[in-house]
Design a protein around this ligand. Structure first.
Ligand SMILES: Nc1ncnc2c1ncn2[C@@H]1O[C@H](COP(=O)(O)OP(=O)(O)OP(=O)(O)O)[C@@H](O)[C@H]1O
Length: 268
């Protein structure tokens, strides 16, 4: 008697990797959102959807409203109009780690949580995951800038967010530390799979990290570029890479590497 491999086509109720998967849930759904400060319009009729597991980078000149948009998503700032649906499970990391100086690392990671929500073993595993194995009892004043941002990432992830909001989290770090943090944020994203909105001034950082890059200008998205090239191919030049970069720089108002705005178009 001969045996043969099971014929998958004969069992259509068994899911295969070829079956279409339902789209992941929306963690951000903005429709026609307006924001003004006094009489100054910042956001005008903004629509934005982010799905769980999607990594979206947001570029824009200084003052274009990136942080304002993030603060609306974080419920730190009210909008003036429009429809806002955002996952309640969300965390924010800012440019500075914003750690409480009189609390040790463990307490900073647990901030706002009960101890039972993050038992000691899970806390230790999370710190190891961000590269801070054994840092539980360290004081914030003894941490380097990069270590402080690692604690901030651990604190954000301790809430098991479906949406992770990152407001220029690496802007204050030196170039080498930033490269390490890029690898870390991608590893954490792959492991925990939240939707991410990552604000940066740096076109190359956006291209390196994101599935989609948005450019905010004049109150709306001037560009929305999907980047489908695998991330491991993006560090060196790839066929359409130069074109994507030029397209984003043009949307930022930079032509031929020249700009009036010193904050944009920096190399990673
Ligand atoms: N609370 C506030 N009251 C008045 N104006 C504000 C307030 N917050 C922000 N603004 C203004 O809104 C505009 C957008 O600010 P926002 O911080 O969102 O810009 P940004 O794109 O994040 O800039 P940057 O890249 O420099 O951080 C700026 O002109 C800023 O001065």
């Amino acid at each position: 008697m001969t045996t043969s491999a099971p014929d998958r086509t004969a069992t259509p109720d068994v899911p295969t990797s070829q079956d279409p998967q339902p789209a992941p849930e929306l963690v951000v759904d903005l429709k026609r959102v307006d924001k003004t400060f006094g009489s100054k319009p910042i956001l005008a009729q903004v629509d934005l959807q982010i799905r769980r597991g999607e990594f979206v980078a947001l570029l824009g000149a200084s003052g274009s409203g990136k942080s304002t948009l993030l603060r609306i998503l974080a419920d730190l700032e009210p909008a003036n109009g429009g429809q806002i649906e955002v996952s309640a499970r969300r965390s924010v990391v800012f440019q500075d780690a914003r750690l409480l100086p009189f609390r040790r690392v463990a307490a900073n990671v647990r901030l706002g949580l009960r101890r039972a929500d993050l038992p000691d073993d899970d806390l230790a595993a999370l710190l190891a995951e961000v590269g801070l194995d054994g840092y539980q009892r360290r004081w914030p004043s003894t941490l380097s800038g990069g270590e402080g941002q690692r604690v901030a990432l651990a604190r954000a992830l301790a809430r098991e967010p479906r949406l992770l909001l990152l407001d220029e989290p690496f802007a204050a770090l030196d170039a080498l530390t930033r490269i390490r943090m890029h690898d870390l944020v991608l590893a954490l994203w792959r492991q925990h799979h939240p939707g991410v909105l990552f604000i940066t001034h740096d076109v190359d950082e956006a291209i390196l990290l994101a599935d989609r890059v948005l450019v905010l200008a004049d109150g709306g998205f001037r560009e929305d570029v999907a980047i489908t090239v695998p991330r491991e191919s993006r560090r060196s030049s790839w066929p359409e890479g130069g074109q994507v970069r030029r397209q984003l720089l043009a949307a930022l108002g930079v032509q031929d590497g020249r700009t009036d705005n010193p904050d944009i178009g920096r190399q990673a």
